[in-house]
Design a binder for this molecule. Structure first.
Ligand SMILES: [Zn+2]
Length: 329
């Protein structure tokens, strides 16, 4: 049972450090693009190690160097334009950041600028400019302050992710969420962007999209609340930035939290695409309202191995697997 991950690890290590991986990625064609999912970059993450979604600046810079040597970094809207016209894709990479953490501006943006990489940030609008953290981060903050034992974090996290916004905030209250930004003034793990900082990111070339108003579990909310989350967040960003907002990232973006009806509602509310947390590369056949993304490994050779695996798999599928119209594989 342990062999497979070990084998994957060895193969990735050899492929990366021998240079084979680089050659294959450079030489093999690929009619696909990768949207990479990040959350934030900070020096000393306060997140529990098993759920830590922040990278250190050194790891992030290593990833950017890795990605930009192999792929062409583009804006999400550029990729979308290609999908719309049915143009051939050619190893584009799109860098996305979910939630709207302050460290996107203070820590990630300078590194992105050094590598001339465009990026997109998906913000949870009700938390922008507030010193309140996202509900899940309040839980992680409590863990970090030693107020919740590690073995309870995963179970509580699952409860928070699946309950309505109202129930989730009641649960947080019961846990005694007194741990707020005010008590961890130097912490850069959980603090959210202000609207001024969102504008600064946009000035630096970042595309700003919506990640709902409250990062709630949308399937647990009634229909009118779901619509409010989509329209309200879009309007809030448009009012501040003065340009149309057409990009959306699903919170908790995989089945069963997203489905075709959700995609339809996103489209109805005026968005032009939606990105998920489902693993995969974008191909010309991808549904713009269900675009898959690639997660990253903190280890660069594992990340390289995973990207190569999806590269080869996509080539194989495009060459040998044909879809009969009306059927789905
Ligand atoms: Zn999120």
């Amino acid at each position: 049972v342990k062999l497979k991950p070990t084998l994957k690890c060895i193969l990735s290590f050899v492929a990366y450090y021998s240079g084979i991986e680089f050659l294959l990625v450079k030489l093999l064609p690929l009619n696909a693009a990768a949207i990479i999912m990040y959350h934030g970059v900070c020096e000393h993450s306060k997140l529990p190690p098993e759920v830590d979604f922040h990278l250190t600046p050194e790891d992030f810079e290593r990833q950017l160097r890795f990605l930009t040597r192999r792929y062409r970094a583009v804006r999400l809207s550029e990729l979308l334009a290609k999908l719309r016209t049915g143009a051939r894709l050619n190893k584009e990479v799109v860098l996305t950041f979910d939630d709207g953490y302050r460290n996107n501006l203070t820590c990630a943006a300078p590194i992105l600028a050094r590598h001339h990489s465009p990026f997109s940030v998906f913000i949870t609008t009700d938390y922008i400019g507030s010193d309140e953290w996202l509900p899940l981060n309040q839980l992680y903050g409590l863990w970090s302050a030693g107020k919740i034992p590690a073995n309870e974090v995963v179970q509580l996290r699952n409860q928070l992710r699946t309950r309505s916004r109202q129930e989730a905030s009641e649960l947080i209250c019961r846990l005694g969420a007194g741990v707020r930004a005010a008590q961890l003034p130097d912490d850069d793990s959980f603090a959210m962007l202000s609207w001024e900082q969102v504008k600064e990111l946009a000035r630096q070339g970042g595309e700003i999209g919506s990640h709902t108003q409250t990062h709630c579990c949308m399937t647990a909310e009634p229909a009118n609340r779901r619509r409010d989350e989509l329209e309200g967040s879009k309007e809030a960003i448009e009012a501040r930035l003065g340009n149309a907002v057409t990009l959306f990232a699903y919170p908790y973006g995989k089945t069963p939290y997203i489905d075709p009806a959700f995609g339809l509602l996103v489209r109805e509310c005026g968005y032009q695409c939606a990105i998920t947390t489902e693993q995969g590369l974008v191909t010309p056949r991808s549904d713009p309202f269900r675009l898959p993304r690639m997660g990253y490994h903190k280890s660069i050779y594992m990340f390289a191995g995973e990207m190569l695996r999806f590269h080869l798999r996509t080539m194989w599928n495009q060459a040998f697997v044909t879809t009969i119209p009306g059927s789905s594989i």
